[in-house]
Design a protein around this ligand. Sequence first.
Ligand SMILES: [Fe+2]
Length: 184
Amino acid sequence: VALERARMAQVECGEVPEPGTPHDGFAYVALQELATRIAHHNTGKLLEDKAGYEVMKKVASDENRHHLFYRDLVSAALEVDPSGMVCAIERQVRTFEMPGTGILDYEAHAKAIASAGIYDFAAHHDQILVPVVLRTWGVEKLEGLDAEGEAARAALVKRIERIGKAGRRMAARREERQAELAPA
Ligand SMILES: [Fe+2]
């Protein structure tokens, strides 16, 4: 009972980032809902249990619906206030964290999740930043940005490139480690 209580206290103190403006809120949830969709789906694929896999698939498809709603909200906000919205996207990509920071051993959990291939920089870049931020929101093609918006866009595009490079480096290291561990 004591152990279970401690575990529940841990879940309750898991923090969710609190974005400072509505623009930031839209951007954060649009990214985060897709990230949880990917993570839940990949977790399901690792389960040997068929029912577990089906449950995770269903949860993942729910997360995808949440994502689509917020993704479209951001698209609409980009039409109304492109500079304000692109600044918020830049801030949220720069500071992005999955929900759960504040949980005991969050860092260790995040590492285990990455090394199991559930969620890592490569997934973040290839499945979120490129398809959503660059393709759907089209930040590189936005017109009518003010000076602040232009600066945010340049920083954002550069950061996405760097995250892609880090993801490819980490994936290559993981493959090397797996090759070393594999029996000859
Ligand atoms: Fe959700």
